[in-house]
Design a protein. Structure first.
Length: 78
């Protein structure tokens, strides 16, 4: 999602947002594959506290990509 695909689509998110989201992706992997007694409470606390910051960073990028998709749909519908 952080890589532009020429002539197809722009990057959906910036490399900075990718880095912020990557820790959440890694946490999701742990949640799906490890029992709860292996959780790191400090890591969970940090992720929860950072969630609003990450959301506020990523949201405008996702809205911009949605606008891109809307423009593409309108162009193709002409």
């Amino acid at each position: 999602m952080a890589v532009e695909i020429p002539r197809v689509r722009p990057a959906v998110i910036s490399s900075g947002s990718y880095e912020l989201l990557d820790e959440y992706r890694g946490f999701r992997h742990v949640v799906r594959n490890v029992y709860t007694f292996h959780f790191d409470p400090a890591r969970i606390k940090r992720l929860v506290e950072q969630a609003p910051v990450v959301f506020n960073r990523v949201r405008p990028e996702l809205v911009a990509f949605a606008d891109f998709l809307r423009e593409q749909a309108e162009t193709q519908g002409e």
